[in-house]
Design a protein around this ligand. Structure first.
Ligand code: SAM
Length: 334
């Protein structure tokens, strides 16, 4: 089946990378038909359930059955839509997202409506069938909506709404994306060795991973436990150790996802970042299984090279979170 993922465009590369990591984690074989910042269109084989992917995603708006793409010429849209009619019956709505400032969406939607709503009851509020049109500067993508990603859940889990607060915590949507980039499978073991409030562990626990957290600060571990319990995560264990000691207490883990201390609001106990990061990468390399991914948040581009001493570098996603703070989320593989 062909799927059209409507990417959130919160970032230029990360939304698509998240989709492909989730497909891999859920063991869905696919071929990429088209990929850009707006959409990922794939053709899947096998019978594994796409819903498992849908339930993990954080940077996609909708997952649709792919119908067609075309240039934005009304004539071509008309011809292509006529060749791609749908069989389903019921009430229908045509909804669109216009990513272009230059393209008039109304003409496009009217053209689609003339073809798809013919002899059908239109229901904008609660349609049985929703046709989705995604308009970019030069292209139109059309799909039949299958699933909408629940993105409000991430807002509701922001650290200020959780039982334990600290400003160091990542936004849950970012935390979920990092967990997904690790390719972690359900029931596999994910470690966050600098877990802080537990924002990463929470997102990993919610998709069914077994989670292990560690932090040098006891108050963080106490708070992290409260958060995991509050959200009903039971498959977890927590340690309160210096990063250099964790290998003495842990066996191999399947993935590591973490946000390194930045030395600004988060404590490094006076240690300089180069020394701390060298020790951290060394420790992680000792316990990550071969072939496993380490997804690491780092505040300085120049420190990524320390990780390259221990791992192969897969990709880096740069995020400007604040006027003065850029974070690099780096995917490594052992
Ligand atoms: C950026 S914060 C992690 C935030 C976390 N992702 C969250 O959602 O709350 C980094 C954490 O590393 C911990 N830390 C600093 N130095 C450490 C060390 N040497 N060993 C283990 N943890 C350390 C800090 O206490 C802090 O909680």
């Amino acid at each position: 089946m062909k799927y059209l993922f409507e990417l959130s465009k919160d970032h230029n590369k990360l939304p698509a990378a998240e989709v492909f990591s989730c497909l891999k984690a859920e063991k869905i074989d696919y071929e990429i038909l088209e990929l850009n910042e707006d959409v990922a269109i794939i053709d899947t084989t096998g019978s594994n359930e796409i819903l498992n992917v849908v339930n993990r995603l954080s940077h996609t708006f909708n997952v649709n059955q792919y119908l067609f793409s075309s240039s934005i010429s009304i004539d071509e849209i008309n011809k292509t839509a006529l060749k791609n009619k749908i069989e389903k019956k019921g009430s229908i709505a045509i909804k669109y997202r216009n990513r272009s400032k230059n393209v008039d969406s109304q003409k496009i939607v009217k053209t689609l409506a003339e073809i798809y709503t013919k002899n059908m009851k239109v229901s904008l509020q609660n349609p049985d069938i929703e046709i989705r049109a995604l308009i970019s500067d030069s292209k139109l993508y059309v799909g039949l909506k299958l699933y909408e990603i629940n993105r409000t859940q991430f807002e509701k889990r922001k650290v200020q709404f959780r039982p334990f607060f600290s400003p160091v915590s990542l936004h849950p949507r970012i935390a979920r994306a990092l967990v997904n980039l690790s390719n972690i499978e359900k029931n596999a073991i994910l470690l966050d060795p600098f877990c802080g409030t537990g924002g990463i562990l929470l997102e990993a626990g919610l998709i069914g991973a077994k989670v292990i957290g560690n932090d040098i600060e006891e108050k963080m571990i106490v708070g992290c436990r409260k958060t995991l319990d509050y959200y009903g995560i039971n498959n977890y264990s927590l340690l309160c150790l210096d990063i250099g000691d964790i290998h003495n207490y842990l066996k191999a883990v399947d993935a590591v996802v973490t946000d390194f201390p930045y030395g600004k609001s988060t404590t490094t106990r006076g240690e300089n970042l180069i020394d701390l990061y060298s020790r951290a990468f060394q420790s992680i390399a000792r316990i990550l299984k071969t072939g496993g991914r380490a997804v690491i948040g780092i505040s300085r581009n120049d420190l990524i090279k320390i990780g390259k001493l221990y791992f192969s570098h897969v990709e880096t996603h740069e995020f400007r979170t604040h006027r003065s703070l850029t974070r690099y989320f780096v995917v490594f593989k052992k």
